[in-house]
Unconditional design. Sequence first.
Length: 271
Amino acid sequence: MLKDRRLAVLGAGKLGETLIQGLLEAGAIDRSRVTVTTAHGPRLELVRERLGVAGTLSNAEAVQDADIVLLAVKPQQVPLVMSEIGGVLRPSQLLISVAASVSAAFIEKHLREPVPVVRAMPNTPCLIRVGMTGIAMGKHARQEHLEIARRIFEAVGRTVIADEKHMDAITALSASGPAYIYIIIESLAEAGVKVGLPRDMATELAAQTVVGAGEMVLRTGEHPAKLKDMVTTPAGCTIDGILELEDGGLRVTLIKAVVCATRRARELLES
Ligand SMILES: NC(=O)c1ccc[n+]([C@@H]2O[C@H](COP(=O)([O-])OP(=O)(O)OC[C@H]3O[C@@H](n4cnc5c(N)ncnc54)[C@H](OP(=O)(O)O)[C@@H]3O)[C@@H](O)[C@H]2O)c1
């Protein structure tokens, strides 16, 4: 279904390129039907060469023949790009925006016609098809549009369908989340080095432990606290480690990180 659609990715930066790469590797899209845009020529050349797709510096030209338009510029660039494409887009096309902080209503304000808009919030593990994407519908989008967006992002990971009011929270949790987890992996690896493990081994142990723990939560459907209790033998060593984590405020720190990032996600467009 996706393979016969023409896809235009406006703003093929880190995330845009990641998504195209993931979709190509999943065999979900055909590179001959993909067109990308960037702001600068050298970046465009690089992406065209790396992905083997068509490219132009004109957003209006890129969307002309597209069935699906993926808006992947920074939030601050959205008003400019929408002023270029708002009068060109047609209701037969689908506009998917991954821009943090930018509401579907904001995008719809720039459209001349009732073009369906879907908001999506993916994360960078989409590159290796273990992404997590929250998806929400705009005013003119119907179930079929949600379904197309879902297929795109399911090709590169998991999806959840969300109410649009939750998109800033999703941005702060799962889109920013990999950065938090990298810090946790880095810290666990450092800890491994401190207690005598070779660095490579410590990093592998830490990373695979994060993968395994995440998979346990997803596959068993158990509450994380119950899974934690399964690891924590009375008077064993895990409880000593947990005591240190509680003393250091790991829980509160993580909660505050997501709360602060959610607040920031609300104001990105204005900054
Ligand atoms: N990074 C993430 O993990 C992540 C996750 C979820 C959502 N997002 C969202 O994805 C969007 C892009 O983020 P990013 O990290 O990929 O940023 P990025 O690497 O800076 O990419 C933005 C791209 O947009 C291009 N661009 C700027 N102005 C343009 C214009 N007027 N027309 C066409 N292209 C233009 C830039 O081109 P040049 O390179 O030529 O300047 C650049 O390649 C943001 O809205 C962000 O909120 C990101």
